[in-house]
Design a protein around this ligand. Structure first.
Ligand code: AOS
Ligand code: ZN
Ligand code: ZN
Ligand code: ZN
Length: 424
């Protein structure tokens, strides 16, 4: 399903006068507005292939209908999002939920939609049909070398598939851990995992990165072998310079100071990528910015400050990915909201008066420091985000066009009401 440019221009035309008034006000207030617009225009967030269908819970699943039936249709859906917001120009694939049977064809299809391949995700947290050994007691940590070997080979296969698509990174999220005290030796589990990751790392092409994603709990409820940023950092440091920590916002214990973690990982040059989502209780995978938008802003403040300190390019030097999935919303609408929330937080962080903040910190002026941050946070930057999109050919209101064009009904009539996308 395509929405042609004339349609988008038509919707934009209707909203243009109001937009221009709001934009002009902000341009008057923000001296570096053009710089912010440029940076916003470059920023792209990868869409996870597993978020295009309605997410299930362990209690039930209520599909929206019209879900993509194969990888081609997933790429088409992301192409549609990208057409509307011009900020979703990447896809993060999951093997084996997505099998690119004809990589050249898939690559060409993605390119036609302006989409590149971000990190490849391996899966050793489920048993697949026909698989020889079970991951019930872990994969890379497993006491049995044959199980570990199977998991290692799977990851190497994922790298191979990623190379064929032009991806340049592998995200390893392991569900390995234990549910009860005494079930495993923490040390042996760590050592086995390190050995396995090293064998996978050895197969990475030179320009590739490996992201080691941590998670506090679930599916294991007593220990997780890559349970927090310290453990991920240990693995990444021992593996070498191509290995980095990946921060998924939902993977911390309650009230963790994620912005501080981000700051220190960046300082050490070991932050590699992000899985954006939001959470109230655990790994809820809620829409980005729906629960704790101030935290998201504070994280972006550290990202901007830390990346600038290391002369990193915001748009390309970290892997920006969404990892959200939902059971009550239309997944495409949910993703449009998530990308928008990310861009808003990024824009707000770009407004922080860094020199004034540093000066306030140096004189221990706590009140001024807080005011500086909140001045940026409380600025309505939506016209800047919309303008960046408009200049790139996107929609002033992606969600407005999506709804106006009745995209979901169109997808349902083309694909059927009961299609199920592979995913969580
Ligand atoms: C699991 O909780 C992690 O967030 C993973 O990053 C992700 O959800 C999974 O790899 C999807 O395949
Ligand atoms: Zn994740
Ligand atoms: Zn997760
Ligand atoms: Zn999550």
């Amino acid at each position: 399903m395509q929405i042609d440019q004339n349609k988008i221009d038509g919707y934009n035309g209707q909203a243009l006068r109001k937009h221009e008034r709001a934009l002009a006000y902000l341009q008057g207030e923000i001296p570096h507005a053009e710089e912010v617009l440029r940076l916003l225009g470059e920023f792209q967030v990868a869409i996870p292939s597993w978020a295009l269908g309605t997410g299930g819970t362990r209690f039930g699943r209520f599909p929206a209908g019209g879900e993509p039936r194969n990888l081609e249709e997933k790429i088409e859906d992301i192409g549609l999002l990208h057409r509307l917001n011009r900020a979703s120009g990447a896809i993060s694939l999951h093997i084996p939920w997505d099998i690119p049977e004809d990589p050249a064809h898939i690559r060409a299809l993605a390119a036609a939609h302006g989409i590149r391949f971000d990190a490849m995700n391996s899966n050793t947290f489920q048993d697949q049909p026909g698989q020889e050994h079970s991951y019930k007691f872990g994969s890379l940590q497993h006491v049995n070398r044959d199980v570990r070997k199977q998991a290692i080979e799977h990851n190497i296969e994922v790298i191979r598939q990623g190379v064929a698509l032009g991806s340049e990174s592998l995200t390893v999220w392991l569900s390995d851990g234990s549910c009860f005290p005494g079930q495993l030796s923490f040390r042996k589990a760590f050592e086995n995992t390190l050995e396995g990751l090293s064998e996978i790392y050895a197969e990475l092409p030179d320009h590739w990165k490996m992201f080691v994603e941590y998670k506090a709990f679930e599916p294991n409820f007593y220990s997780t072998t890559v349970g927090d940023w310290g453990q991920s950092y240990l693995f990444a440091s021992k593996l070498g310079k191509k290995a980095y920590t990946l921060v998924d916002l939902g993977h911390h214990l309650p009230n963790a100071n994620i912005e501080q973690i981000v700051s220190l990982l960046l300082m050490e040059g070991k932050l590699g990528g992000f899985h954006f989502n939001d959470s109230k209780y655990g790994d809820d995978d809620l829409t980005v910015g729906s629960i704790k938008p101030y935290q998201l802003f504070l994280i972006f403040c550290e990202l901007v400050d830390g990346m600038n300190a290391r002369n990193m390019k915001h748009a390309t030097d970290l892997g920006w990915m969404i990892d959200a999935s939902h059971n009550v919303k239309d997944p495409l609408e949910d993703l449009l909201q998530s990308v928008e929330a990310i861009l808003i937080a990024y824009a707000q962080a770009l407004l922080v008066d860094r020199a004034a903040l540093t000066a306030a910190q140096e004189r221990n002026d706590v009140v001024a420091a807080q005011e500086i941050l909140q001045q940026a946070y409380r600025t309505d930057v939506r016209p800047l985000v919309a303008e960046a999109r408009l200049r790139a050919g996107g929609a002033l209101s992606p969600l407005g066009v999506y709804r106006g064009e009745k995209v979901r009904s169109g997808l349902i009539s083309r694909r059927g009401v009961s299609t199920i996308a592979t995913g969580l």
